[in-house]
Design a protein around this ligand. Structure first.
Ligand SMILES: [Fe+2]
Ligand SMILES: [Fe+2]
Length: 276
């Protein structure tokens, strides 16, 4: 099973830039083209929050247009830049999303890897939270899945990354989440976004990952001082997570752009393993 993960798209109305400078719409179009050009199409696409920049209906409409060329099932969860009910309405045809105005938590049991989407949003706040209701839902959902390999995806990382400006607005209640995840050895990954950088950590008996954005990144600052986060236009990227029964999950980072190659490895005769 091949799982693509894109995150932090920050889509804007047509003709508008994010933060007055980032062409997030055009950058997602390039990302979609990059995914469509992969030698093997992903079986599913996870979008781990901040689908739009301001949660406007117009932005979700633009997002749906940009995603339209993709043919695999798409699973979305909200981030702090989304508005839960506007997102829900924009994806009314996505039957896995719960109705009723509550959290957009769900489980997908249609694939070899069980997919659990967690809604960490606290309306009106930049930080996220796993409160007791959401923790209870996850514990029950994980228990119901038996030993099936499972990927959890959420917007706010529930772990510290060392980037103080972003850790200040990560997912509160991370310790409670870790205590639950640690009981389930079948959790292959906890995938997040929000930090706009590639990060990996050993956490709660599994691997926690943050995926970079196909748009702007957050400047890497590990001095531990909680200053304002800064945008840096490092290479746009997304993740591919490949699962097989033999290997478990293997994660790759994929850059979006036009690069030279592919070229054959034309070996120099001086190479120690040269065979002629
Ligand atoms: Fe974001
Ligand atoms: Fe975010």
């Amino acid at each position: 099973m091949l799982i693509a993960q894109i995150t932090d798209l920050h889509i804007r109305p047509r003709g508008r830039l994010a933060y007055g400078r980032v062409d997030t719409n055009g950058m997602l179009e390039a990302c979609v083209a990059s995914i469509r050009a992969l030698p093997r199409q992903p079986d599913v696409l996870l979008i781990s929050g901040d689908l739009t920049d301001c949660g406007l209906a117009e932005e979700y409409a633009v997002l749906r247009e940009i995603l339209a060329p993709l043919t695999m099932p798409v699973y979305v969860i909200p981030g702090n830049h989304d508005r839960r009910e506007t997102l829900r309405a924009a994806f009314a045809d996505h039957g896995y999303l719960p109705n009723g105005g509550g959290y957009l938590n769900y489980v997908i049991d249609d694939h070899p890897v069980r997919l659990i989407g967690l809604d960490t949003v606290v309306a009106g706040e930049g930080f996220g939270e796993m409160d007791q209701a959401r923790l209870d839902w996850l514990a029950t959902t994980l228990a119901a899945g038996g030993a099936r390999p499972t990927v959890i995806f959420m917007h706010h990382p529930p772990f510290i990354t060392g980037i103080a400006s972003m850790d200040a607005i990560n997912c509160r209640g991370g310790d409670g989440l870790a205590a639950i995840v640690d009981r389930f050895a079948n959790v292959e990954r906890v995938l997040a976004g929000h930090h706009h950088r590639p990060v990996q950590i050993r956490w709660a008996g599994t691997i926690g990952m943050v995926a970079p954005s196909p748009a702007h990144q957050v400047m890497l600052d590990l001095d531990g001082v909680e200053a304002d986060a800064k945008i840096k236009m490092e290479p746009p990227a997304y993740c591919l997570h490949q699962w097989t029964p033999e290997t478990g999950t293997i994660s790759h980072q994929c850059y979006v752009g036009t690069f030279d190659g592919p070229w054959p490895f034309t070996l120099d005769p001086d190479y120690p393993a040269y065979k002629g």
